[in-house]
Design a protein around this ligand. Structure first.
Ligand code: GLN
Length: 545
């Protein structure tokens, strides 16, 4: 939430572009800058402009795009928004992510409505006006709006975004707009030196578009010697103190803000914008990072899913474990296991040494039986279990099959029969379009006291984010409950089951929502924290025996 209403003329815009190659950590760098400004007492928000033509990443394959990050207002957004929320610690919304697809969709819809009064609709000014309108959506609400432009400078796709950045520099001037460019300075082993040429070329390309970088963030494997920074400054026409090295961090991405603070990046930003420099408070953050770096305990957790080849598909879950690990002072050794390789015969061997299992979200029936086999083993062997969305649905199917005596129990997503313990709600049955039509965004949930869920949240009314079409079928509630499944979280009207758990088990909790999307650095998420706590407790008890 914005802290205060500020003078609409004083919102500053910081653009962050990337050069040379992708995967340099532009999202983390942007999130880190937003954090250090926030820790100086400024109100900050941050948006991502994505150059692809999809309206949103909701319909993209997780192997292509990684996780889809869902906001409270139900927007399906880029996973960088997850980094922003985790670092900044506040919830963003649909206005924090814009795609080329959305921009064109809006302009073409306006054209159909006759909005342009007979003019020829063009990239400049119509597309760029729409982009600028979106960038300025938070004007007057925050001290700073950071804008990360997706892709790499030189890509055809991102040109309209860069052109909008150029125009904003012209319109608002250097006291309100700052350009940060992230590049790569490779170390060439055979030559025994770092090379500045890719950075020079990237800046040259940026300048061809009319954008002069104010600050260069130079990603490199090693420290950048002073003479290299001087050379980059001279060739790229950037002040020497504004060529900032971003060395690889040893342990965790959460060290990046600390590295930036050491290099006084916030002071340089504020200096360029002519602003006073308040002190920076990073103590709590440093403690959080130190607990990640020097944990007292260690646990082995398996994440069972089918997108395990591409870790970005489970980005928020992986990060939520890091947060929960820090809070529990434990290193989480996370093993990603492809459920397609699991069956009842090999499950014991595959889960050897694993102290807790999370069965993750997913779509489609590939790997489902492996997940169900894993859950049976976990339930029977008292291994702490956490099921998220599809993981919770699989836990219900497993319980119905093996405890309630319904061998054909299934989700109608995989097989339609008379035992669909997981099924589509009536509203979902009418839906034809695939994009943006799931149960999306934040919904309230009421928790029963004296349950594991209540123990974790310590409150009865919570709100969590959703992204699914299927729900627990209410006609099977009685049989599930009669055999010992506790429906510990329900929608306030009691029509939807949100949390299930088992009583005589160290920790067996399945949730229909996505708690990982609300886990933040420093504070973590109650369910992840208590899951790890349960794993540690079980370990302690076993070691005493
Ligand atoms: N495929 C399931 C559904 O649509 C679960 C989705 C998920 O895990 N996010 O309900």
């Amino acid at each position: 939430m914005p802290k205060k209403q500020i003078n609409s003329k004083s919102t500053k815009y910081i653009f962050i572009t990337g050069g040379v190659l992708s995967s340099l950590g532009k999202g983390i760098a942007s999130a880190s800058i937003s954090l250090i400004l926030k820790q100086m007492g400024f109100s900050v928000t941050i948006m991502k402009l994505d150059p692809y033509i999809n309206v949103d990443p909701g319909t993209m394959n997780p192997f292509q795009h990684g996780e889809v990050f869902v906001t409270d207002d139900g927007a399906e957004t880029d996973l960088d928004l997850g980094h922003y929320e985790r670092f900044l610690g506040h919830s963003l919304n649909k206005n924090n992510n814009h795609t080329t697809g959305q921009v064109y969709f809006e302009v073409i819809s306006k054209e159909r409505r006759g909005h342009y009064l007979g003019k020829t609709v063009q990239v400049i000014p119509h597309i760029t006006d729409e982009i600028k309108h979106r960038i300025k959506i938070f004007d007057g609400e925050y001290d700073f709006v950071l804008i990360e432009i997706g892709g790499t400078v030189g890509d055809i796709e991102s040109l309209p975004f860069l052109e909008s950045q150029r125009q904003m520099n012209l319109e608002l001037g250097y006291k309100r707009v700052l350009n940060i460019h992230l590049t790569y300075v490779p170390y060439i082993r055979s030559a025994g030196e770092v090379k500045t040429k890719p950075t020079q070329h990237s800046v040259k390309t940026l300048m061809e578009y009319g954008i002069k970088p104010d600050i260069l963030l130079c990603r490199s494997e090693s420290k950048l010697p002073k003479d290299v920074r001087q050379k980059i400054a001279l060739f790229c026409s950037v002040e020497e103190n504004s060529v900032i090295e971003v060395p690889d961090v040893d342990h965790t991405i959460y060290e990046v803000p600390i590295a930036f603070a050491k290099r006084e990046l916030a002071n340089i930003i504020l200096g360029k914008l002519g602003m006073p420099i308040p002190s920076l408070e990073l103590e709590t953050w440093i403690k959080f990072v130190n607990r990640i770096k020097y944990p007292k305990n260690e646990v082995k957790i398996a994440l069972v899913g089918k997108y395990t080849k591409y870790r970005d598909s489970y980005k928020s879950i992986i990060e939520a474990f890091i947060h929960a690990g820090s809070i529990n002072n434990a290193k989480i050794n996370l093993e990603l296991i492809n459920s397609e390789n699991l069956n009842e015969d090999n499950i014991e061997e595959m889960l050897a040494g694993v102290e807790g299992v999370l069965v993750g979200p997913g779509f489609g029936n590939r790997g489902i039986e492996g997940k169900i086999a894993a859950i049976k083993y976990i339930r029977e062997n008292n291994i702490p279990f956490f099921g998220i969305c599809l993981g919770m649905q699989c836990a219900v199917i497993e319980f119905a099959r093996n405890v309630c005596g319904l061998p054909n129990a299934n989700s109608s997503e995989f097989e339609k029969n008379d035992f669909n313990v997981i099924d589509l709600m009536d509203e979902q049955k009418k839906i034809k379009d695939k994009g943006g039509t799931m149960r999306l965004g934040a919904y309230p949930c009421k928790i029963k006291t004296e349950t594991k869920a209540f123990e974790a949240y310590k409150e009865e009314n919570i709100s969590e984010r959703h992204r699914h079409r299927y729900e627990l079928n209410n006609s099977f509630r009685d049989v599930l409950e009669s055999k010992g499944m506790i429906l510990s979280g329900l929608s306030p009207d009691e029509k939807l089951v949100e949390i299930v758990e088992l009583k005589d088990h160290p920790w067996f909790v399945g949730v229909q929502f996505h708690p990982e999307l609300k886990s933040r650095a420093v504070t973590g998420h109650p369910l992840f924290i208590n899951f790890i706590k349960a794993v540690l407790n079980k370990k302690k008890i076993e070691h005493k025996d």
